[in-house]
Design a protein around this ligand. Sequence first.
Ligand code: KPC
Length: 518
Amino acid sequence: MTDIRQEHDTIGDWGKRIDDLIEGRAQGALFNVNEDDDREYDAIFLGGGAGGRFGSAYLRAMGGRQLIIEKWPFLGGSCPHNACVPHHLLSECAAQLMLERTMSGKLWFQDMTGVRAPIKELIDVFRKGRVGPHAIMNYQSKEQLDLEYVLNAEGTILDSHTVEVAGRRFRAKNLVLGLGARPQPLACDGGDLKGVYNYVNLVETLDYEPGNTVVVVGGSKTAVEYGCFFNATGRRTIMVVRTQLLKLIADQETRQYAIDRMTDQGMEIWEGSQIERLESDAQGRVCAAFIRTPQGVERVETDFVFAGLGEIPNSEMPAKVLGVKLGAKNEIIVNHKLRTSVPNVYAIGDLIGSPMEMFKARKSGTYAARCIMGEDVSYKPEDWPDFLHTHYEVSWAGLSEEEAKARYKNIITIKMPPDTPDGLNVALPASDRTMLYAFLEPKMSGFQKIIIDEATRRIVGAHHVGYGAKDAFQYLSHLMKQGLTIDQLGDLDELFLNPTHFIQLARLRAGQRTLKNL
Ligand code: KPC
């Protein structure tokens, strides 16, 4: 046990300290507890991921007293350690590699024929660098946000007010559970062989360079995001999808554009299929996958299988010790105040089920804190803007065209590329980070669409495949919920060329009394 209360590590010091703890060169819990404060804790946050950290920061900012207990030697949770941050690194590489392969041999681009980009080397780069964000989280939380925490030691719940950690007991008026989630395992014969990865063990244990064929299991965000990266490295990539790929993109035109570009890149999408079993070689590593397809069972030789099958909330301990009510997917059930079925026990983040997204982790943490501090607020994620990575960024907010047609009498769409016989073969949209595509491979320059309810002139849906638009969707979603009309959108000031073109396109039509498609 190390008492770090009076130590004021710089971010650099923190980096070294965390690295030593992760790599096993140092051990023991780190106690940053204010022993001079004799107030009872308003809340113990069990888990210092995004939810616990943001909840704690908010509660502390409101004048309360909090304690985070975290098993890892850093705050921030899985995001910077093995989830969102490495995924973004890989997705950025997928986009870069697609550009380089498309432009291969043209302009200043090297000839990419036969080039297979390393996976392990990139994972090693991430593992080496991830300590930077970890260090910032610890430093910021202690020195700037004035949070109390115990790191590098697993907390054990004793009752709804008490947690034991590294031999000490802490009591609080409330307990906030933010224990996160873990990847759903691949449930088939051989699903636990060496060479079968998910987003966690890929980062922690990959120790060889995968061969030429990758099998990805799953058809949603994680599977597609990692699958597109594996494909972009130059490997044959088979997506084994039980039902349909990317069902979560409700707008069918947007979904189809994204899928078409994936298949253009050579991805094989085996829908209606599942892994029947995995075969191992003499060393116990996967060497082949037997895949049941609508046409029969196929044997595919591979030394690398990636399962992107969603996540299971880590709810076992609170269910066993406290008896908190669980839902069908192991998630802790909470009401709109983040309260569980047990008095004074709250739950936040991935532990309460989907959407397992950062905004929900952070916001649910802050809302639990506000409720604990006596504010009459409630939170339930609704109508959030969403995104995923293929080789592109796909962002959306509001309704799909199909949903809008079902809800409104008449809808208007404004889109690029335009719905003309030239279709995808015009240099539109020409925008940030798709300019080379626009001029050299136009159909790859993206897709975008806004959907308008003709009667009210309100924007009811927005969809984008390209780059750089995700940021806008954070604000656009909010404006749409406020009732943003085509006239108001057209009256904004665009920073031309912009990734969405939505403002100027809306302005072209805003003068029309009876709106027409564009
Ligand atoms: C680099 C980065 O911000 C990702 S890590 C975020 C963890 S936290 O701030 O606690 O949500």
